[in-house]
Design a binder for this molecule. Structure first.
Ligand SMILES: Cc1cc2nc3c(=O)[nH]c(=O)nc-3n(C[C@H](O)[C@H](O)[C@H](O)COP(=O)(O)OP(=O)(O)OC[C@H]3O[C@@H](n4cnc5c(N)ncnc54)[C@H](O)[C@@H]3O)c2cc1C
Length: 386
């Protein structure tokens, strides 16, 4: 099923057909339909295919080797990849540190780091969260002291996605512990993960994979030329792309795919024969169409080159919570098979149930949790006390 509130222009229709054809021919079956991340080497292989096609960085300007696609083309690409069940590739290089370097980096930093991000020769991870600083990120304590031309870094990061597969990390560090506001004493620094004094310990997730890790820094010397933006101005650098990150988590195609999965499983187990089940499925179907309409509106705003602002928080809450509700119904549809980690066989082919259910628990946490988004809306939209 495909309901879209955008109409493709003739050029966009042609682009969609091109993407669909290429993905059909190129994406092997073992890389389709993963609820968790596929093994790193396989994900990297897929990264390289997209790079060879020129589609690895749709939003990057051509001057930096990107595709410079229109926003609608970017959405089409996303939709078609989701429709084919393509795996996630590591987003931290392409979506985060790359654009940050374009906006705030020196020429030397751009020349050094952007090309290997595109080719996949270097993988990046994001070192923001710490054991005592998640939602309240500005409380971070990993410390950067200046010694000659180096920072000396001590502390630790946690929930660092794919740190154990990465070559570089971008971190927020406390460079001025005496700053009057805690946001004011933070710097944004690039660190080579091979540097002496770094220890990485993977963490196994609820879904059974080792998606993230803890990263420990023990007297790690980092040249000050790896500072991005001004000293102590890292908060501004880090926040520059947050709204984009939030819109990036909202892809109606993923919801449509999940609804289709529920329908297939319900048909296989007989759950679809129950009128009460069908009623709830219809309700989620309608909510998904509503979300697609909201997404189209958000895209229009962004197309008009206006910042999404608070809409990004609304999209994040609705998209991720709706995905979780759909996956709750998926468990019900599966009945006694719901607890199986292996794929279950249906007439429509093998389908994963439990791994997807477990995997979407995270969606309301990363990129700013639902509670924090609601706090933002109550304060800034409704004017309630913070
Ligand atoms: C899959 C996944 C990948 C991640 N990848 C990375 C990564 O690569 N790099 C990185 O730096 N971080 C990463 N994170 C970490 C993520 O940014 C944090 O988990 C998130 O910011 C929440 O912080 P926390 O886990 O410390 O929870 P806490 O901040 O301790 O929050 C715990 C609970 O309390 C609630 N809460 C907290 N403060 C308030 C408040 N003021 N009002 C109401 N409720 C509140 C929260 O909503 C949450 O439910 C990842 C997280 C996940 C789940």
């Amino acid at each position: 099923m495909s309901i879209s509130f955008r109409t493709d222009s003739d050029d966009e229709k042609a682009f969609r057909a091109k993407v669909r054809g290429w993905v059909t021919d190129t994406l092997p079956n073992d890389l389709r339909g993963w609820s968790t991340r596929p093994p790193f080497d396989r994900a990297l292989w897929w990264h390289r295919q997209l790079h060879a096609k020129g589609w690895i960085a749709p939003a990057w300007p051509k001057a930096y080797g990107g595709m410079e696609a229109t926003l609608n083309q970017q959405i089409i690409l996303k939709e078609e990849l989701a429709r084919a069940g393509a795996p996630e590739i590591s987003a931290q290089g392409i979506n985060h540190v790359g654009p940050i370097l374009m906006a705030f980096g020196t020429d030397a930093q751009k020349n050094r780091h952007l090309p290997p991000i595109l080719t996949g020769d270097e993988t990046w991870c994001q070192g923001y969260s710490e054991p005592g600083a998640g939602s309240d990120l500005a409380s971070l304590r990993t410390r950067a002291d200046i010694d000659g031309d180096d920072f000396v870094i001590n502390g630790s990061k946690i929930w660092t996605t794919w740190a154990h597969h990465s070559d570089w990390i971008f971190v927020l560090v406390r460079s001025d512990p005496d700053a009057p506001r805690k946001q004011a004493g933070i710097s944004f620094v690039l660190i080579d993960l091979k540097t002496t004094g770094i220890n990485i310990r993977p963490i196994k997730t609820l879904a059974g994979d080792e998606e993230f890790a803890e990263v420990f820094f023990d007297d790690v010397r980092v040249p000050m030329e790896n500072l991005v933006g001004d000293l102590h101005d890292g908060w501004r650098v880090a926040n520059a792309l947050l709204a984009h990150e939030r819109l990036g988590t909202a892809n109606p195609q993923l919801l449509f795919e999940a609804i289709e999965r529920v329908k297939k499983v319900a048909a296989a187990t007989g759950a679809a024969d129950d009128p009460y089940f069908r009623e709830r499925l219809a309700e989620l179907d309608i909510d998904t169409v509503g979300f697609a309409a909201m997404f189209a509106h958000a895209v229009k705003i962004t197309n008009a080159e206006r910042s999404l602002g608070l809409d990004a928080s609304i999209m994040k809450i609705n998209g991720t919570e709706l995905l979780q509700r759909i996956c709750d119904l998926l468990l019900e549809a599966a009945g006694t098979d719901a607890a199986l980690i292996d794929r279950i066989d249906t007439e429509a082919g093998p389908i994963e149930i439990a791994p997807l259910f477990l995997q979407v628990r995270r969606a309301t946490i990363y990129g700013g949790s639902s509670e924090i988004q609601r706090n933002i809306l109550s304060k800034r939209l409704l004017g309630l006390p913070g």
